[in-house]
Design a protein around this ligand. Structure first.
Ligand SMILES: Cc1cc2nc3c(=O)[nH]c(=O)nc-3n(C[C@H](O)[C@H](O)[C@H](O)COP(=O)(O)OP(=O)(O)OC[C@H]3O[C@@H](n4cnc5c(N)ncnc54)[C@H](O)[C@@H]3O)c2cc1C
Length: 412
């Protein structure tokens, strides 16, 4: 029997962050991973999708480069190479993570672990006695009745990453981050994309103006979407929608969320990341782990959300529909007002700021670099920096950040 201070089941962002910081803090740490270190984020989630997204954007830009005086005729696409490049990136990052774990002094055990007792983990026939145990077993794609994954026609977000050929058409069920990102990727590659969403608007968790803007962008990209709708039945690879339309996609991606994986008979007091079923984002998982292991606190109400693609979509804090009329100020600045947006030929989008009592309470951004812009606002929000004080900050020109600065003067 081996003994450790800290035993962690799951090697995703929650697990490896807890492991590295636990070890750096002087604890003896063992981490169990049944598949590949890096978890969903590195192997089946954030990283591979953004790698493919980037390639799809390069492809799209090349096809439309004549407007810049660049002639790129007969732009071709070898999708197998796209997947190889994605695998290369994932593998490079995984090796680097394995090395960081090793150099931090973490013992990584590859194998399926079982929590036998509150302080006892069984893996590969060995028992590990741990003073403290963290369960960070992640989540898996949610299935819905009638749309069970067959991994050929009805696909999960895991299956979609390993297609070696592009379909001619795809129907995406759900318009959360995963659904929207894949709709953009496939559309960039020239696939005919349709999205079906049960809610009244796309990206139902976003501020209403963000949802409406995404719908506008999808229309210009000729991505079809069916709102207040769902697939009622599938016969002979035909999807019949509640509204009566029949679609004949080459495949269906079901992206309706993820369910926590935590199936031990013994209850563990410390469950982190996607497994705890709260906010299922990689940065939430790693911040939770850091808080647990190193005591670095974070505000759970200020967790940024980002949807990648062109333009990016990002938000933090309260949405306009959450606020009572007359209790807040609002500013909305079109990205086309910014010089940098014209230089980049990326004028689609807006920056919307919501404030109460001279403090920002929400930011909703559709813009190139929205993922970085939202972070600037978040730092101000978390540190209670007033709008008057923010106005004193010097923002560089030409940048998208200037849009944040300009927005501060338009709150009314
Ligand atoms: C397509 C897609 C795109 C995404 N994009 C983003 C994004 O852009 N930004 C973002 O913040 N989040 C994104 N996410 C979500 C993000 O991947 C997760 O929130 C994050 O990975 C959660 O980390 P975790 O450590 O809790 O779980 P996971 O990363 O799922 O890791 C859990 C690990 O535990 C292992 N495990 C489970 N049971 C056992 C066992 N019994 N023994 C040993 N090992 C076990 C699993 O093999 C897995 O490796 C995306 C997800 C998907 C699917």
């Amino acid at each position: 029997m081996q003994e450790y201070d800290l035993g962690i089941i799951g090697g995703g962002p929650a697990g490896y962050t807890a492991a590295i910081h636990g070890a750096l803090g002087g604890q003896s740490v063992v981490m169990f991973e049944k598949d590949c270190v890096g978890g969903t984020c590195l192997n089946r989630g954030c990283i591979p999708t953004k790698a493919i997204m980037h390639i799809s954007e390069v492809y799209e830009e090349m096809k439309n480069s004549a407007k810049y005086g660049i002639s790129a005729e007969n732009v071709g696409l070898d999708y197998k190479k796209v997947i190889e490049k994605k695998d290369e990136i994932v593998s490079k990052l995984r090796k680097s993570l394995e090395l960081t774990l090793k150099n931090s002094g973490v013992s990584t055990v590859i194998g399926e672990a079982v929590l036998q007792d509150k302080d006892e983990i069984l893996c590969n026939g060995e028992i590990y006695k741990c003073k403290k145990v963290i369960v960070a077993t992640g989540a898996k794609p949610r299935q819905i009745k009638g749309l069970e994954f067959d991994h050929k026609f009805i696909l999960s977000s895991d299956d979609i990453l390993n297609l070696t050929e592009l379909p001619k058409s795809i129907l995406i069920v759900g318009s959360g981050a995963i659904g929207i990102e894949w709709a953009r990727i496939f559309s960039n590659f020239g696939v005919e994309v349709s999205v079906v969403e049960m809610a009244e608007h796309l990206v139902p968790l976003a501020d209403i103006e963000v949802s409406k803007r995404v719908e506008r962008i999808f229309k210009t990209k000729k991505i079809k979407f069916y709102l207040n709708n769902c697939i009622e039945k599938i016969t002979d690879k035909k999807a019949v929608l509640k509204s009566g339309e029949t679609l004949e996609p080459e495949c269906i991606l079901v992206a309706v969320g993820r369910e926590a994986v935590s199936e031990f008979e013994i209850n563990c007091e410390c469950v982190l990341g996607d497994a705890c079923g709260k906010i299922q984002l990689a940065h939430f998982a790693s911040k939770q782990a850091l808080e647990e292991v190193s005591g670095v606190k974070f505000d759970k109400n200020l967790v940024p959300c980002v949807i990648y693609g062109t333009p990016e979509i990002a938000w933090v804090g309260k949405r306009e529909q959450d606020l009572e009329e007359g209790t807040y100020k609002k500013s909305s600045l079109l990205i086309s007002a910014l010089g940098k947006a014209h230089c980049d030929d990326c004028t689609e989008g807006f920056i919307k700021i919501l404030s109460q009592d001279d403090k920002i309470v929400g930011a909703h951004i559709v813009s190139k670099e929205a993922s970085s812009l939202v972070q600037q606002v978040l730092i101000a929000m978390q540190n209670d920096i007033s709008i008057e004080k923010l106005k004193e900050v010097c923002f560089a020109h030409p940048t998208y950040s200037e849009g944040i600065f300009e927005s501060l003067f338009r709150l009314s």
